[in-house]
Design a protein around this ligand. Sequence first.
Ligand code: G6P
Length: 609
Amino acid sequence: MCGIVGFVGRMEAAPILLEGLKRLEYRGYDSAGIAIEQDGKIEIVKTKGRICCLDDMTDGGKKTPGTLGVGHTRWATHGEPSDVNSHPHRSMSGKIAVVHNGIIENYMELREYLRKKGFVFVSDTDTEVVAHLVDYYYKGDLLEAMVKAVNRLEGSYALGVVCADYPDRFAAVRKASPLIVGLSEEGNFIASDVTALISYTKRVVYLEDDEIVLVGREGIQAFNMNKEEIDKPVSEVTWNIDAAEKGGYEHFMLKEIMEQPAAIRETIRPRLKEGQVVLDDIQLTAADLQNFNRIVITACGSAYHAGVVGKYVLEELTRIPVEVDLASEFRYRQPIIDEHTLVVIISQSGETADTLAALKEAKRLGARTLSIVNVVGSAIAKESDDVLYTWAGPEIAVATTKAYSTQLTVLYLFALYAAGLLGTRPAAEISRLVQALEALPDQIEALLPACKPEMQRLAAIFYGCENLFFIGRNLDYAAALEGSLKLKEISYIHSEAYAAGELKHGTISLIDEGRLVIALCCQDRLFDKMRSNIREVKARGAVVMALATAQNKAIAESADQAVLVPETDPLFMASLEVVPLQLFAYYVASANGCDIDKPRNLAKSVTVE
Ligand code: G6P
């Protein structure tokens, strides 16, 4: 969702802001704008629509000279997408301009308060109150005004604040919404994520809640809410600009599908030592694990689907009962958890509003929390007791692929680690599974070249299908959930994932002549059951595309189209079978001319409820 970028330094600000905003486009937005300070005045250019419109309006930034400014991409929440609702928002006096990510929950009350003081509002947004509020408290000291304004705000925010009296510095602050500071010889930056500034610097400062920074041309100063200056450590981003570029691929999604072997390798590499899973990154001991009588996994979207895989794997290996819940449900259902519960939170971005709220609820109820996160320093990573990073690198396509795959990998690693500590599985079995896990990246690497043309061929046959079904049992069902979501997200074709055994309890009435059913038959012990399900749907006219392991070639006799995937331990099969499903979704969307990397209405990170 919304993106922020800010710069002050020795270069023109507008072209840097425009480039940064283009790099943030993937987060999803419907309007954009910039505010540039020059000669004690703030010029704002903003518009509904794409960054290219902003680029045209400012002639690539040339029409808005100045070396200090902030920019924003907005995904409408309060007020429709429009020029006037776009950020930056200006205070009535024109002295203050603000960009904001998040939601000011008490904005109605603040609006009323400021209205009584004579402030006139021009937009429908919650953000405009921040511009007026900072202006209201501004008596010549921007830091003082920021502290007083922030003290009045409830909700989540990342704010970039420009003041016309400050030609060398602007202010920024965050709470429960990501914002980082970037440092370089040419000047200093803020951004809602690293991709916006990676082409300028890899040196970043991660801000904590309610730390206010004054970002200056020559350096930054950070303060707590008592206006005491604080030291902030500087971190180095470990990935390069190529990671945030398409590198010859038509879409980020395809690039990220192809990056999966490397991403999974990177996830596993630091955690395997002499054939053992070593999770140095977490504090959980054998005694802690013994203390848990339940594990609850909570997440949204594909991360939730990774959690469904996690349930099967964790239960089988650790024998601890596992429950998986959507974060948006978990947070409001008064979950029964206590200090004997381990709550596992899964999130690529580490900033999904519902997932973050679920984490906070779990902590409030006394659970121990472990998060599986991709973005370093994100809110979820910071709030959790322990974090296992997925090390997938930046994921730009809205539809997740490599982040999902690395989430599965971390879940496998954690399950093996816990099983080892708890002694719930013989050491020899764990060693065998570790070897299988290590082989996964090579297997996916070998699968991809053949799978790509094969799925392109099948997409050319089925791209016009409507209302199709994905069916599977056990871990195949978990993979079906993700395959179905991938297709829906990017091709806009409706599909449903069903536990194959459940079909006959209603859904089979939807099977008619020519209906496409994608049957996942990769769990060996359930292969015959799946063949029966295929027979049932075919008898009612369905066309079946089936996935099975290479040793079950016989699937070709039962299905209209058969796709063979390499074999691993059944516990890890989802990692292999999801690859053809991702490619199928990709090529179907491509055949339908869809905007694959930026599907309609979707945002990469969903920072609102
Ligand atoms: C959005 C994305 C999905 C993602 C979900 C959860 O809906 O489009 O791809 O799975 O959010 O995001 P998270 O960052 O928490 O994994």
